[in-house]
Design a protein around this ligand. Structure first.
Ligand code: F6P
Length: 548
């Protein structure tokens, strides 16, 4: 049984935590300039490389002692046992009594992973095979629309984990995609999203993939019904639906109720969390776009990182190091956010994807035992691809009053070789990390001849920490490794904070209240409003001005 909140010593009373607090008091003012000056080999020593990812953590405000203490913390919170519990199929999502087995989605065929005594790996591969066969049929043109036309447009309808993952990964792996296919993602319940995504498409050539773990999510069901009406308006025959709609869900009953034949349904399981699901059947749109072989290469990349995470000693374990260094800033320096800054245009949706992964997982205020925590939990994740962010918000990171640890992600090789673009891109990434760490002093500015009145404004104090992650090229494998790295980083941090990283009760309240307000906006009669005065007023104003 995993160590849970009930049996664990409160985090702030652990020996390693207290030692870290003391250590923080002693080292909090230490400068990266000094650390680098004192150790000429720091830039080599404070790095590690595994599964093709090079991780440079030298530009962090850590010493060897900090890292040793953080690793001690990982031991004290039972991280090793927790990792084993997750990979072993234990029900570590305690509030929903579920196993947490996204790692099974990328397990090779011969691996055994038991949930309630049953090996789930064969089922995973059955679904993968079914997805592959379907993808091949669509890609080859064998799967035709109702009027016999080839499918040219794939629209994934989903939201949250049923949208962000496939969309992010499709953008990331676009280089590998079939350019004759139009792949789009509709998520927002705002009808504009659907209208704009379909306005130039022919329903005869359009396949909708309705992706929803529960198949009850209001946004997705509303968009799916609109898609159905859009299709029927053109094709005028209910039987056309079978050629133009497939479903991805764990809920066969609801899929059937919606009118999609379960023969056209791709399943997954309650042990896959929505935000951990794009490598399940939720990735069907991606698989159609890039082909089954590339999809499986991506899974192999995920698996390599899983194995590294499961087996590597903490001092060389990428997700463990990334997670622990994040704890250092979040809990000791009081940093509120982390900027994720990929220097790769194809990763333009990575930060949006990581927002859900991290913030829905670790945005919790009670520990596993249900007690309020007396320490900070998950950070705010945000970012933009470089170099765009440099001309927008980097100013605040360089000279503002907030400490914002950054993750830089780059590749040695570009997929689109257009000299000198890639050299300029990567020069910028490396330069930003350097500028953040070492800044520019008043003396240096004086020596360069800056006018006196400008000097205080131009000083960059430096000492702004960052991680740099470098990989060869953005391949499907590399994407799998990077995503698994962040999944496990979130796991490491959730383990330290002793929270359930796999539920998301906080999003429920808003959903319930919206359901109550919908009829109040729509009823013909003046509704009896029993909200607070602000909510009542907003509802009334909307009723008066809406287009009927
Ligand atoms: O908003 C919460 C949430 O449950 C997410 O966790 C999930 O990814 C999303 O909604 C979509 O859920 P579903 O796949 O069931 O439609």
């Amino acid at each position: 049984m995993a160590t849970t909140g009930t049996s664990r010593t409160p985090l702030t009373q652990l020996e390693s935590w207290k030692a870290l607090e003391e250590h923080y008091q002693k080292t909090k003012d230490i400068e990266l300039r000094t650390l680098f000056a004192e150790d000429a080999t720091r830039g080599e020593r404070f790095t590690t490389e595994a599964v093709g990812l090079y991780y440079d953590y030298s530009k962090n405000r850590v010493t060897s002692e900090t890292l040793a203490l953080l690793q001690k913390l990982a031991q004290e919170v039972g991280l090793r046992e927790r990792i084993d519990a997750m990979f072993g199929g234990e029900k570590i999502n305690i509030t929903e009594q579920r196993a947490v087995l996204h790692v099974a989605l990328r397990a090779p065929k011969d691996q055994t992973i038991l949930v309630d005594g049953q090996n789930v790996v064969p089922e995973v591969h059955e679904v993968l095979d079914k997805m592959s066969a379907f993808s091949d049929r669509v890609r080859s043109g064998e799967w035709k629309g109702y009027t016999g036309k080839r499918i040219r447009n794939i629209i994934n309808i989903g939201i949250g984990g049923s949208d962000l993952g496939p969309d992010m990964a499709y953008q990331a792996l676009r280089y590998y995609s079939d350019r004759d296919l139009n792949v789009r993602f509709v998520s927002n319940v705002d009808g504009t999203h659907f209208a704009e995504a379909t306005r130039d498409l022919n329903p005869e050539e359009t396949l909708f993939i309705v992706s929803s773990k529960t198949f009850t999510t209001i946004e997705t069901m509303t968009n799916a019904r609109t898609a159905r009406a859009w299709t029927l308006k053109a094709l005028k025959d209910e039987t056309a639906i079978a050629r133009h709609f497939v479903a991805v869900s764990t809920n066969a009953e609801e899929v059937q109720k919606f009118g999609i034949d379960t023969a056209n349904m791709f399943g997954f399981w309650d042990w896959v969390g929505g935000r951990y699901s794009y490598d399940s059947a939720i990735g069907l749109s991606l698989m159609i776009a890039i082909g089954p072989e590339n999809f499986r290469r991506m899974l192999a990349g995920f698996h390599e990182m899983d194995e590294h995470f499961r087996t590597a000693p903490f001092e060389r374990n990428l997700p463990v190091l990334l997670g622990l260094i994040g704890i250092w800033y979040n809990n000791f320096f009081g940093a509120q956010t982390v900027a994720v800054l990929p220097y790769e245009q194809y990763l333009k949706k990575l930060s949006a994807y990581l927002q859900q992964l991290d913030m829905e997982s670790n945005g919790k205020h009670v520990n596993e035992a249900g007690q309020d925590v007396n320490y900070q939990t998950g950070p705010i994740i945000w970012g933009q691809p470089g170099t765009n962010g440099q001309h927008a918000f980097y100013q605040l990171i360089h000279q503002g009053t907030k400490l914002i640890p950054c993750d830089f992600i780059g590749f040695y090789q570009s997929l689109n070789i257009l000299p000198p673009h890639h050299d300029l891109l990567i020069a910028n990434m490396i330069a930003q990390a350097e500028a953040l760490a070492f800044g520019k002093t008043a003396e240096e500015l004086k020596a360069e001849g800056s006018p006196e009145y400008q000097i205080p404004h131009r000083v960059c104090k430096g000492n702004r920490p960052s991680n740099t992650i470098f990989a060869e090229r953005l391949t499907p494998e590399a994407l799998g490794k990077i995503i698994a790295l962040y999944e496990h980083k979130v796991f490491v941090q959730g383990t330290v904070w002793n929270i359930d990283s796999f539920d998301q009760w906080g999003v429920e309240l808003g959903k319930v209240l919206a359901k109550r307000i919908i009829p109040e906006l729509q009823s013909e009669q003046e509704p009896e409003l029993k909200h607070d005065s602000s909510t009542n007023q907003l509802i009334q104003r909307y009723r008066q001005h809406k287009n009927h």
